[in-house]
Write a protein that binds this ligand. Structure first.
Ligand code: 9D3
Length: 250
């Protein structure tokens, strides 16, 4: 039974940035299937002065520009209507986006995303308009737009029907809590590098065990902190401890 599409409103002074990323692959298909209705809004259209200014110099001095509050409030108020929806400011000071946060966001019927530029937005947007503030990680990007695209992509993948039957979001790395192991396809031999024999053995149970162990080893090597929270069996924890103290390495 098809349910009503999640609606996502995005507010930006560069709405054209969203066109091609949202017109390919899984997001395109989700939009075509009406699983999601994405609307971008140009904040500049809501500026009322004759130059349609969306930014101004900071009170107190210093370099850079700050996004003015009036056009942002006007844009959100014009679009919002009566519906309840989180108003998420993408900002370097927000809580960091994780798969758990994505899962929570995916349960809302509507999201409103505010993308800042310059040094950021006037503090009154943060205090009196936004209901949530999210960062995509501890590095500096030039504005909230790419962060909003990351958030939208991650959320859409979780909407029922967004992924083909060939792939389940529940199997995604991070959804399972550990990293994925290696994948191989043809050719069997490539520049002298071969595919592990086990994957051609036809022993499905042994293949599954090998894959699970490869995933655990990779997580131990690269992201050991993930293992603390991951759902592992007692046998797997014992095996990993032996693997971790094994002087032969990997
Ligand atoms: C943290 C750097 N700021 C003080 C010098 C200036 C600044 C740089 C870039 C302020 C805002 C921005 C634009 N970045 C975002 O709007 C942003 C962001 C990010 O930079 N990193 C991770 N997640 C996000 S979400 C929005």
């Amino acid at each position: 039974m098809p349910t009503t599409a999640m609606r996502i409103d995005i507010f930006s002074i560069f709405p054209e940035m969203f066109e091609s990323p949202f017109d390919v692959s899984i997001i395109k298909r989700a939009r075509e299937r009406e699983l999601v209705n994405i609307q971008t809004h140009n904040i500049r259209d809501y500026a009322t002065d004759k130059h349609q200014m969306t930014d101004d110099t900071p009170y107190g001095g210093g370099g850079g520009m700050v996004m003015k509050p009036e056009p942002i409030f006007a844009a959100v108020e014009a679009v919002k209507g009566e519906d309840e929806a989180p108003i998420i400011l993408l900002s370097p000071q927000g809580r960091v986006l994780t798969q758990t946060v994505v899962e929570e966001l995916s349960t809302h019927p509507r999201l409103m995303l505010l993308c800042g530029r310059y040094e950021g937005v006037d503090e009154r947007v943060r205090q009196h308009l936004a209901t949530d503030e999210i960062s995509i990680g501890d590095y500096v990007i030039s504005g909230g737009e790419l962060a909003a695209m990351v958030l939208v992509d991650a959320v859409i993948r979780l909407l029922p029907g967004a992924l083909g039957y060939e792939h389940s979001a529940a199997e995604d790395s991070f959804a399972t809590g550990i990293l994925e192991g290696p994948h191989y396809t043809r050719p069997l031999q490539f520049r002298g590098w071969s595919v592990p024999d086990i994957l051609r053995s036809g022993h499905h149970a042994k293949v599954a065990e090998w894959r699970r162990k490869q995933a655990l080893l990779r997580t131990l090597e690269r992201r050991p902190e993930l293992l603390e929270e991951a759902e592992l069996t007692t046998e797997e924890r014992v095996w990993l401890r032996e693997a971790g103290t094994d002087s032969s390495g990997s």
